[in-house]
Design a protein around this ligand. Structure first.
Ligand code: NAD
Ligand code: WQD
Length: 338
């Protein structure tokens, strides 16, 4: 059985990917330092898959610990690297925390596993506000708005250069649009730290009474209803794309480096998301129009032709399922607090 090392595998996207790797017949080795996740997710993964996945608590910033770990774990067929800090606002306040974790972790892994199949979590944030939409992988990368965004841009460059210089290191960078929703079982999902900065977790927490009304950041954008547009993608669809990426690497079809957009290809406004949540759950939301949020772009959605054609992957779950599953997870958390 092929074994995949999943860093950050206790986190939001990583945990869903563990399930899909298992479903596809892979063995999984998870490492995480639990800095933004809860070890109980490991039990939840057991409930979903019926398997106790191997887990090692490890801080990837610690180069000696990573070397030691790699010495004892040479039997892996690929790495999916999710582990990173991801809060845009916090990265502006504490840039070094972000540069340190996101770069040291990546570099330590590449040093410890110089020749491997490597899948990297990148982000549509690298495009900034694109000049043309839908945005393709050929659109230029724009100067990052935040240290977090900058870590993704520079990490991509590190990977391009290292893959070019290293025979046997083959890399796929996946640029996620806006991941939302939760596993159909409602046993795993997003666990925001404090007040959610992202739209969908704020919506579900507001609906369950944990937060006040939703603030719609800006209704004066140049969009049909004035609110900002994003390409929301179900986390389970996103997770499946990682399996497709690993398979492509295993087939030896990536020479060095390749990059893919992962979205639905369809843009939705904030007001449309609010409406979709109400429609799919029957819950009524309280919201108010607020000023634009600093650093936000007006609209983005991806051209996902390349992912379809080359990875043979496309999304299957729509906005209704994104909202319904996010809501089931929020209700599960209320009954079973973490
Ligand atoms: P998450 O915080 O839920 O998961 C990341 C996991 O990595 C956490 O479990 C955390 O404890 C772990 N981790 C962090 N630093 C570590 C370290 N030094 N050593 C070991 N483990 C460490 O985040 P997520 O939403 O699942 O995001 C996963 C990846 O996808 C990240 O790289 C993120 O930047 C990227 N991404 C996320 C989004 C999004 O909106 N969620 C969008 C685009 C890209
Ligand atoms: C979505 C839309 C907000 C909260 C961020 C990162 C990006 C990527 C995904 C990692 C925007 C609006 C939000 C609220 C609102 N992450 N909004 N009220 O900003 O598109 O992307 O997560 O790589 O890098 O920047 O996602 O969910 O924060 O916002 O009106 O309370 O919802 O203005 O238009 P964003 P988001």
């Amino acid at each position: 059985m092929k074994k995949i090392l999943v860093t950050g595998g206790i986190g939001y996207i990583g945990s869903h990917t563990v399930v899909e790797l298992y479903n596809a017949g892979y063995e999984v080795l998870i490492v995480d330092n639990l800095s933004n996740s809860n070890i109980r997710i490991l039990d939840q993964l057991y409930k979903i898959t019926g398997k106790r996945h191997e887990f090692v608590e490890l801080d990837l910033q610690d180069s000696r610990a990573v070397d030691e770990f790699a010495k004892n774990n040479q039997d892996i067929n690929g790495i999916i690297h999710f582990a990173a800090y991801k809060a845009v606002g916090e990265s502006v306040e504490q840039p070094l925390k972000y540069y340190k974790n996101n770069f040291y972790s990546l570099i330590n892994l590449l040093v410890a596993y110089p020749q491997t199949n490597f899948v990297f979590s990148s982000s549509c944030t690298v495009y900034g506000q694109p000049d043309t939409l839908p945005v393709t992988e050929h659109n230029p990368v724009k100067k990052a708005e935040s240290p977090y965004g900058n870590t993704k841009q520079i990490a991509e460059e590190i990977l391009v250069e290292t893959a070019k210089a290293t025979k046997g290191l083959n890399v796929i960078a996946l640029r996620y649009f806006n991941p939302v929703g939760a596993h159909a079982s409602a046993l795993i999902g997003e666990l925001p730290n404090g007040v959610p900065q992202n739209l969908v977790p704020f919506i579900t927490q507001s609906a369950i009474g944990k937060r006040g009304p939703i603030k719609v950041f800006g209704d004066d954008y140049n969009t049909p209803d004035g609110s900002a547009i994003r390409d929301y993608i179900h986390v389970v669809d996103l997770a499946k794309a990682h399996v497709a990426a690993i398979k492509r690497l295993e087939e030896g079809k990536v020479e060095g480096y390749d990059v893919f957009n992962l979205g639905t290809g369809k843009g939705s406004s904030v007001l449309e998301i609010i409406n979709a949540f109400e429609q799919s759950t029957g819950e009524k939301l309280n919201y108010q129009i607020a000023p634009r949020r600093e650093g936000d772009i007006e609209k983005i959605y991806g051209d996902v032709t390349k992912s379809k054609q080359v990875l043979g992957w496309q999304t299957e779950l729509d906005l209704n399922e994104m909202m319904a599953s996010a809501w089931r997870w929020e209700k599960y958390l209320k009954e079973n607090p973490f």
